[in-house]
Design a protein around this ligand. Structure first.
Ligand SMILES: Nc1ncnc2c1ncn2[C@@H]1O[C@H](COP(=O)(O)OP(=O)(O)OP(=O)(O)O)[C@@H](O)[C@H]1O
Ligand SMILES: [Mg+2]
Length: 492
């Protein structure tokens, strides 16, 4: 009896729900009457309450957090109850996430109270740029008996949102974002960020760096990710800045991937040269999500951030560049980014930087001496990490990764060579990569590395070369050294 009552109410409510949706197609004057009397009538006889959760609110700028959390929550109960499901890949390529398909209905129970969830969509046909564009407005509708109003509002909905957020974090597929311009042809708008799944396999275990430095960085990152309350207590936005510097091929980009994998964060790879001006930069950073690493690679080459190179420094070089541009046909500096140093500083630690929570900002450079001290001062870039040439300890990690060996008669020879030669971990890794199948590949690769090392310049030779380069530059600049001296000791 009870069951059939519920069923008939559910049937009635479904009909009334359809009428409510259809009413938008009624003529306007009918619609006014409909609203006035029909809805009053419904609330009198209808014992159920309904709450809608639209996918987008306002200008469709951002998906509603409530909708996303409910979607995740329902995905956990859906597979048992719903008859029509849709599937999506979740975190990692082998996990399939099932959720309710459009116009599907499921029931849920909370403290013995039964509630109904519906997934619905309204499709509108708009004409935009002489094209017919279908715009889907999706929403979830929750129905429950009005006598449970307090329980649903105060306990059930907060429970759904909290559970949904937790499931969402577990299931989400991490993403690698880039700000290179792309266009959404369905929504007909330019996207600030486009993304692909983040699938870089690097971890701190496979990273060939000093083991003490490695464990300090890992500890620092883990501590940061658990310090929400601490940052709130000291009144600082929950973010941490890392400056990674060192010669090419020493693992700066690889370390960023390892950081993202350790913390389970998304990565926003910000190409500064593609950012028009400071306000565009602010918009891009505002559109990044929490639990993410914002990366600006080769910051010294990205822009003239010091503001010094054009006025002071090597004026001839600038002149040459302008002439080159003119020879290429375009007006000088036409498409150049107008992002300034103060604009960048404002975004990374001004008032805007506190939006969106939990973020790590990483700059990389091959030339730390070229950077403006303001950009990398402590507090802005909390950790300065130097990634140097390959040491014996790093070589052993690479040998284990690439060849699966932890000892070999040639290790001692390589140890001695590494003490006196400069070689990047990337070059070591290249030599250790077996080119063919077979057991003898370990000997082949290690012998190859010994030969490569023998051909490398020794540390003293390299230092001498650097000295000559520096003094040449000094002469070009009329005796002044154009570099800024910065304390770049590793503080981890
Ligand atoms: N410290 C390291 N540990 C493990 N692998 C490394 C390390 N350094 C370099 N490699 C290997 O060398 C390749 C190049 O390294 P990576 O791109 O991280 O260098 P980089 O410091 O970012 O160079 P660049 O300054 O040119 O951007 C990587 O694919 C990785 O396989
Ligand atoms: Mg790199």
């Amino acid at each position: 009896m009870m069951m059939s009552n519920i069923m008939s109410f559910a049937g009635l409510s479904s009909t009334l729900g359809t009428l409510l949706i259809l009413r938008q197609y009624f003529p306007r004057h009918l619609n006014i009457y409909f609203s006035k009397y029909f809805e009053k009538f419904i609330t009198l006889i209808y014992p159920y309450l309904e709450i809608s959760f639209p996918e987008y609110v306002g200008l469709r700028l951002k998906r509603s957090d409530a909708y996303t959390a409910i979607e995740s929550y329902l995905s956990s109960t859906t597979s048992e109850h719903a008859k029509r499901l849709k599937a999506e890949m979740g975190h990692g390529s082998d996990k399939l996430i099932l959720s309710m398909d459009d116009n599907e209905e499921i029931t849920d129970e909370f403290h013995g109270v039964k509630v109904w969830w519906f997934s619905s969509k309204i499709t509108r046909h708009n004409i935009s740029f002489y094209r017919l564009v279908d715009e889907d407005k999706r929403y979830y509708r929750l129905r429950f008996h009005r006598r449970h109003r307090a329980l649903i509002n105060e306990a059930y909905l907060p429970f759904v949102i909290q559970q949904g957020k937790a499931i969402g974090v577990e299931n989400r597929q991490r993403k690698l974002y880039t700000n290179s311009s792309s266009f959404d042809y369905n929504e007909l708008k330019k996207l600030d960020w486009s993304h692909v799944p983040f699938e870089h396999p690097a971890t701190f275990e496979t990273l060939a760096i000093d083991s003490q430095m490695k464990s300090e960085i890992v500890q620092d990152l883990v501590k940061f990710s658990k310090s929400k309350e601490y940052y709130a207590k000291i009144g600082k936005p929950w973010k941490r800045g890392y400056l990674l510097y060192g010669p090419p091929g020493t693992g700066k980009s690889t370390m960023i991937a390892a950081m993202a994998n350790l913390l389970d964060y998304d990565v926003f790879d910000l190409e500064l040269t593609g950012v028009k001006d400071n306000s565009m930069l602010r918009k891009l950073l505002l559109n990044t999500t929490g639990k993410s690493i914002i990366v600006i690679e080769d910051i010294d080459c990205s822009l003239d951030l010091s503001g010094k190179r054009k006025t002071g420094g090597n004026q001839n070089e600038n002149k040459e560049e302008e002439e080159k541009k003119a020879a290429m046909g375009g007006p000088p500096g036409k498409d150049e980014s107008k992002v300034t140093l103060s604009g960048l500083l404002n975004c990374i630690d001004g008032l805007w930087s506190a939006c969106g929570g939990e973020k790590v900002i990483v700059f990389t450079t091959n030339h730390i001496e070229k950077l403006d001290p303001a950009l990398i001062r402590r507090g802005r870039m909390d950790k300065h990490i130097e990634l140097g040439y390959c040491e014996y300890e790093g070589f052993k990690v690479l040998a284990k990764n690439y060849l699966g060996v932890e000892s070999h008669p040639l290790f001692e020879v390589i140890h001695e060579l590494l003490e006196e030669k400069n070689i990047s971990p990337a070059d070591v890794a290249e030599s250790l990569m077996p080119k063919e199948e077979g057991k003898d590949q370990v000997d082949v690769c290690l012998e190859k590395l010994v030969n490569v090392l023998k051909g490398c310049k020794s540390k003293s030779e390299k230092e001498e070369e650097e000295k000559v380069k520096k003094s040449k530059k000094k002469l070009e600049n009329g005796g002044k050294v154009p570099m800024v001296k910065i304390d770049c000791s590793v503080v981890v």
